[in-house]
Design a protein. Sequence first.
Length: 288
Amino acid sequence: MQEPSNQSKQGAGAVKPKIRVPGVRHLIAVASGKGGVGKSTTTANLALALKAQGLRVGVLDADIYGPSQPLILGVPENTKPDTHENKYFIPVEAHGLQLMSMGFLSDPATPVVWRGPMIASALSQFLNQTRWNDLDCLLVDMPPGTGDIQLTLTQKFQLSGHIVVTTPQDIALLDVSKAIEMFDKMKVHCFGIVENMSTHTCSACGHEEAIFGELGGQALAKERDIELLGALPLSLSVRQQSDAGEPIVVAQPESLESVRYIEMAAKLNDKLKALPQDAEHNNVIVKL
């Protein structure tokens, strides 16, 4: 009997090898499953905190419908990325981070009205056709939900892991739990949970109150056997600095919030160091 060909051995349902993004050692998704939990602000500040650890860091704003990283990271309006060979985007530099976003390519006043396949294609282009230069890690600021962007990223690209951002309230925890389940099904490791808006301290009297509920992130972490990377207060300064394009980690590095971000970044850095290393994870230096 003739031996079956390699194609026959693999079969129609064979799993394709996932893509490693050139120029990136660790690809990390920052997700929530729900909007309004402060995920984009957390992504930006965590990226800057990782940079403070001595890492080379990039941010991909994968929220195609509502990109916010250019504003949070203080990129001037109408900034456009340079291109190389009319094929590759050169990431925009912001506070020492390499940044790519749909916000650089679309009119802020005009909505992006695309169907799922176009959104998935845009994500693939941003990852593969951006000249990420010698990054230790690229944080992907994910949109809400568990749809096309999430499936494209987890099915096609080699992720080192993901981080999930939540608030303590039950309605947020429900959606966040679904997001964790999706990543679990796609066999993507969770580095930990960030609980945002855990408490609020009154600026007038100093009274601290858990206005969104108590210990929700801690309970979810215990239920899922995932580490709670840290908890962040609901902070006026964090919001003001993000709106001003000067994230709190760079604007007020000694603040409580910045210290928390630095602590979380140190934990994440330790986790990255503990991952198995191989030749395929080596950085790629882009020469233009």
